[in-house]
Design a protein around this ligand. Sequence first.
Ligand code: NAD
Length: 496
Amino acid sequence: MTTESKPTPATDEAAITARMIIGGESVDAADGQTFDVVNPATGRTIATAPLGGREDVDRAVEAARKAFADRKGWATWAAGKRGRSLSKLADLIKKNSEELASLESHNVGKPITGSRGEVIGASLVFDYYAGAANKLYGQTIPVSKPGLDLTLREPIGVVGLIVPWNFPILMASWKVAPALAAGNTAILKPASYTPMTAIRLGELALEAGIPAGVLNIVTGPGGTAGASIAAHDGIGKVAFTGETTTGQEIMRLASGNVKKISLELGGKSPNIVFADADLEKFAKEAPYSVFDNAGQDCCARSRILVERSAHERVLELFVEATRNVKVGDPADDATEVGTLVSAKQRDRVKDYIEIGLGEGATIVVGGTEPDDPALADGAYLLPTVFDGVSNDMRIAKEEIFGPVVSIIPFDTEEEALQLANSTPYGLSGSIWSRDIGKALRAAKALQAGVISVNSNSSVHTEAPFGGYKMSGIGRELGMSALDLYTETKNVFIDIS
Ligand code: NAD
């Protein structure tokens, strides 16, 4: 970390002075402005970071364009050579994983065990795309004219990567790794709440031998730095993860030069529980599908649709499992749920709890902040279960992005699917049943991009990830992500 006063990075002992990375240099914002980065578990400032704006985005675009145009540069390297650099970066992430995990925990308020998993997950993503770089094939196509028709997969150029605060380094890896593997140069903008690991990633990329200007890190607010990236004529593609409304704004901004866009947006995902399911397994696993990361997960299964005959049993088991979720200090290895990202986000979720009560739903567990005085300064909220919910209540329709779940009964398979699909979102969902035919029918009928059966797992580095409907455009992860960062060029050679 680029620091001025710091005994140990990633602690609250002394605030770090963080800098952006543009053209391989650690730099302040052009106008010298900064913003405070706060630890949501203590409310204390852990760093100051540059408040980047349009001028800084211009500088980063210039550096990235220069790196892309370099006749011996990144885009011209043999794909395997690019892959080896990404592999070195993966190794450096692993080597520095404790520091990165600590940074992430202090910045996001998430439990240290979760942060460790996230950092290792990011290194695996770099490993995957390190191997994928030289497996990005074109095709030969039997066209009707006599000749050879083939396709080339080419990088787009400079790409803008805008990521949210809930899984900062992981979301960055999902974009940076395939973009760079395909030969693009990039500008990464972390969310303003959580710039720390993105900056460190930029530093490690340089250490891995990725040339200056290939990965630039610009910190700053969405409305200025983010919007400048989305609108910039020198950028050929923007990849975004965040709220659906922000995604809509990015589509508008990106239309000026008809940028390629990929969007990973919000969700209101269902856990559909049929009465014939292994209810004990469900109750053991499902709390983490909605309370993990304090519910700030686009795939959070925030609606439990349960067959009416199993409603009472599921409620009993799920509530018991929820009571056992350990909420506490993110630095404690035993903690399962830490704070929300900010007091503002916690208050937003508390408003939804009031809305749910006002709509007539009942809280069966949670609904308040923990009463432990040691947690009084943090943005904590207990895992909260609402029963007596109908699918048309706001708590069942809107993305709360906090540790809140609604239990909604259904009578038939058809009704379960109708309820599940009655949302503008379509990111993920799970189906619990011992009847494989029923589970498969439901998996096919669910309008969502990422489905699991008798499991809540959503993310596999090797498999496509993305949303139907207003949950997004495009598929990240797996080989599909390379489609998001390449142009396909068709070449016909006359051999008549
Ligand atoms: P957000 O939309 O507020 O911000 C995301 C990023 O966009 C940040 O870097 C922000 O600074 C930037 N931004 C904000 N306004 C902008 C603008 N006008 N132009 C350009 N950039 C702008 O989202 P968030 O609150 O950081 O993250 C939470 C949201 O992200 C939730 O809705 C969640 O579902 C979604 N999310 C989706 C996925 C997915 O893969 N589908 C994954 C994680 C999070």
